[in-house]
Design a protein around this ligand. Structure first.
Ligand SMILES: C[S@@+](CC[C@H](N)C(=O)[O-])C[C@H]1O[C@@H](n2cnc3c(N)ncnc32)[C@H](O)[C@@H]1O
Length: 428
């Protein structure tokens, strides 16, 4: 099989099953072990194709005259992979004679493709369509970003075209950041201290995947975005001020509960998925966390007395629009229906929690998306039903929401994090 065909198969699995490219590649290479050594190269190609799939489709249509919508999913992705290689790589065009035969295009058409300036492809389109094609994001997502009053939407879309900055949270009960950074340097993982959060290292460069070191296995750190670590510090601030028990009602895989527990505060994680509860268990054991309990349950009807907790976190699944630089493949399948589906559950979880906690309880609501429907609008609906106020969390490193006072947003293109929303509520 050619590498282009393998990449097209992986993209096809990812789109058909709506799974990450990593999972799609695992599925493919577990069946075709003989191609295993091509895995890193396939990873790069599929990521780059997913990032610019709409632009590649437009180039195919305008320059090669192929209507990709008429092709099956595999052929559609095969064309995308080859068009990407012609436009963005320097392989001799004769390499693609098999493609020319298969799709009845001439080498001179490929030459025209190679000479095409990507900016030319979007000329003449209205502003939103231009952004949608250039940055390969569905139009409705761009509409949502404008509706949410995100500053410099084009810069955000451009940020999604590059790899995200990765961070690690140091297990401060087991080591310290300087010592860990020195140990990781031996693997070619170069880290620097984050200027804002004391237990956070920013990965500048890595030659070994950060989850593949002995130090990771020994629990000396956790791979976690800065936005989530920030939320952990906001919760810790409340715990230090005398609120001592915390529960994460959507707790898997345990990022936030293990964070607060490493500083000696008791935390509980609840998750509907047994697989996710097992992940909590794995991280708790790996990081030698003592003060945590976890269970598998549906938090819309949680079988625990929430009145016993001082801080409750609601961190539900969401459309993940703030993570499109982590998962560019999601740009190919994300739909408005995802926003609808997630917002229903988010609201049910918030209502279930608010109805059960006692006065004075602090509730954090967070998501890694940027739509109003899943963020500010959820909080505003809850404000109408319950006696609560939105207060400013500390530390506050993001930008205040232009829609909801005291709610915090983190933007990938401004704060170099996942796109994130945090509202701190207090029940009155
Ligand atoms: C964004 S993740 C939570 C991340 C977690 N708070 C952390 O810090 O690692 C959302 C989780 O919500 C869980 N979930 C979805 N519906 C749920 C429900 N009804 N009750 C409990 N957990 C639920 C999912 O299984 C998923 O693991």
């Amino acid at each position: 099989m050619r590498i282009e065909e393998i990449a097209a198969r992986v993209l096809e699995i990812s789109v058909r099953k709506r799974v990450s490219l990593r999972l799609a590649a695992s599925e493919f290479f577990s069946q075709y072990r003989q191609y295993e050594k091509l895995k890193p190269a396939v990873r790069v190609i599929t990521t780059e194709v997913a990032r610019r799939y709409k632009l590649l489709d437009r180039a195919t249509e305008l320059v090669l005259g192929i209507d990709t919508e008429k092709l099956d999913l595999y052929a559609q992705n095969l064309v995308r992979v080859v068009v990407f290689e012609v436009m963005y790589r320097d392989f001799p065009l004769s390499t693609f004679s098999w493609f020319c035969r298969k799709f009845r295009v001439s080498i001179s058409a490929l030459r025209r493709l190679r000479d095409t300036d990507p900016d030319e492809l979007v000329r003449g389109l209205d502003y939103i369509s231009r952004l949608s094609v250039k940055y390969s994001i569905p139009r409705w997502v761009i509409d949502e970003l404008f509706r949410a009053k995100i500053p410099n939407v084009e810069e955000l879309l451009a940020r999604f075209m590059r790899d995200p900055t990765r961070y690690i949270r140091v297990s401060t009960h087991l080591t310290d950041p300087e010592e860990l950074a020195e140990r990781l340097a031996q693997y070619g993982i170069l880290c620097s201290r984050d200027p804002d959060l004391p237990d956070l290292l920013r990965i500048e460069r890595y030659e070994t995947h950060p989850a593949k070191t002995k130090e990771y296995e020994r629990g000396l750190y956790h791979i976690q975005d800065k936005s989530s670590v920030l939320l952990g510090h906001e919760i810790l601030q409340d715990l230090r001020e005398g609120k001592c028990r915390m529960i994460d009602v959507t707790g898997g895989p345990g990022g936030k509960i293990t964070h607060v527990a490493q500083y000696g505060y008791y935390s509980v994680g609840v998750d509907l998925s047994l697989r996710r509860v097992r992940e909590i268990e794995r991280h708790v054991k790996r990081m030698h966390i003592l003060l945590t309990d976890y269970l598998c349950a549906d938090s819309t009807k949680i079988p625990i007395r929430l009145e016993k907790f001082d801080v409750v976190l609601v961190d539900p699944e969401c459309s993940g629009i703030g993570r499109l630089h982590h998962n560019p493949e999601a740009k190919m399948w994300i739909s408005r229906r995802d926003v609808e589906k997630h917002s229903k559950l988010q609201y049910m979880l918030l209502r279930a929690v608010l109805a059960r906690v006692r006065k004075g309880t602090v509730i954090y609501y967070c998501t890694c998306t940027l739509t109003l429907q899943e963020n500010e609008n959820q909080v505003m609906k809850i404000l109408e039903e319950f006696d609560i106020e939105v207060v400013k969390p500390e530390p506050f490193l993001g930008a205040e929401s232009p829609i909801l006072r005291n709610a915090q947003r983190l933007y990938p293109h401004v704060h170099d994090t996942t796109g994130f929303f945090i509202a701190k509520l207090v029940k009155l």
